[in-house]
Every structure is written in structure tokens, then in C-alpha cells.
Design a binder for this molecule. Structure first.
Ligand code: ZN
Length: 136
């Protein structure tokens, strides 16, 4: 049986960067996203964390934003690698099997991801406040 879209509570975009050489691009991308989209930007992780094998920050967003934010990231990722994955109750397949990459795909530490959880991750309250002046 086909899975239903209502399983997707939110999406994450994980923006990876090299702390020595890619930090400026990551900062510029983060600011550009904040100026355009109502999303929840996560903290800077300067070290690999969880399944992520490089420094990164997270963009959590509602499903309704997918059709604009993801194409915008495709055109403006500044050479950075971005993992876009759905959040359902099945984190491991969300990240590993059901995700997409913008830029070069990176290794994930799959084993730390739970196969199944009680509840899918919501996007949370947006912490950006785009003023509508930046063109998408
Ligand atoms: Zn994630």
C-alpha cells in the first residue's frame, strides 16, 4: 500500500560546511534563507553530530514550503552539500532511503538513527522573520 503524504510532519534541510573553508558560504546561505523563508534555523554544529559526518546547521520547515525553499536551495547552495529529508515516524529511512541531496552526497552514520519513533518531528516555531523584500 502506498504511504500517505500526511505522514510527513515536516522537512529538514541539513547544510554541511567545512569549518575552515566553507564557513563564510554557510553564513551567507543561512542569512539568505532567513531573509526569504519562515523556517526554524538550528544552531551551528561545528563538529559532526548524530548521523551527520560534517559540521552543519539545520533548516526545519513545514511541508507547505517545500515547493519554494527546495528549488531555491538547488539554485543557491553555493557549492555546499545539503541533505533534504522528510520527518515521519521512521527516521532511518527518512535520512538514508527517502532523502535527496543538493550538491555532493556525504556519508551518514546510519546506525545512530532510530528505525521507528512514536511521533514524527514537527518543524517547530519559525525563528526567521523575512520582510518580503528579498526576491525568491
Ligand atoms: Zn534532520
Amino acid at each position: 500500500m502506498a504511504r500517505n503524504l500526511v505522514e510527513i510532519a515536516s522537512y529538514h534541510g541539513h547544510v554541511y560546511f567545512d569549518p575552515e573553508h566553507g564557513r563564510a558560504d554557510a553564513e551567507a546561505l543561512r542569512e539568505a534563507v532567513a531573509a526569504r523563508f519562515r523556517v526554524r534555523l538550528g544552531q551551528w554544529h561545528e563538529q559532526p553530530v548524530g548521523p551527520h559526518s560534517q559540521a552543519m546547521f539545520q533548516i526545519a520547515f513545514a511541508p507547505a514550503l517545500f515547493a519554494t525553499l527546495v528549488p531555491w536551495l538547488m539554485l543557491n547552495h553555493r557549492g555546499l552539500s545539503i541533505l533534504v529529508h522528510p520527518n515521519t515516524r521512521f527516521p532511518r529511512r527518512d535520512h538514508v532511503d527517502d532523502s535527496l541531496w543538493i550538491g555532493a552526497a556525504l556519508a551518514l552514520v546510519e546506525e545512530v538513527l532510530p528505525v521507528e519513533e512514536e511521533k514524527a518531528d514537527e518543524a517547530g516555531e519559525p525563528n526567521t522573520d523575512p520582510d518580503g523584500k528579498a526576491a525568491i
